[in-house]
Design a protein around this ligand. Sequence first.
Ligand code: SF4
Length: 166
Amino acid sequence: MPQSDNIVFNVLSIMRGTTVDGPGFRTSIYLAGCNHRCPGCHNPSSWNKTGGTPTTLSKILDIVEEEDFNVTLSGGDPLCNPKSTKFLIDALKRNGRNVWVYTGYTWEEIIATPLLTDTIRNADVVVEGPFIMAQKDPDLLFRGSANQRIIDIQESLASSKIILWQ
Ligand code: SF4
């Protein structure tokens, strides 16, 4: 295992000051790699785990500090590289950031998989579930299809039931 500062992420892009991936201005980090293959996916080129630009953890953290916004991790699916994503989430939380995570896994799949649960354990909100074309709705806030839920991670883990973010 490398030193955590030297972990390299395959970054598709970093959006600075976006307002579409969660509340307020945010730094959105799009990580390469997704196994879900949702029909109608907005970005199939994000599926390749080796796509994007290799970027160290410390470089990502520097950009986040420079922008001084809260953070959203998206992709691709950050939970398709759970071990490295956990390092990133934990580092962002140590720096006091509110962290949202987008994933194609459902909440039920996450809590049934210890590695995935451990990965998101310290984050704030997960926008979960695959994109389902038949449930696509452009008017939905912060999500693409109506099956996807915006879940408060800390409240849900503490109460062992799904508590939606409000
Ligand atoms: S989870 Fe997201 S990135 Fe992955 S296939 Fe589905 S829509 Fe595309």
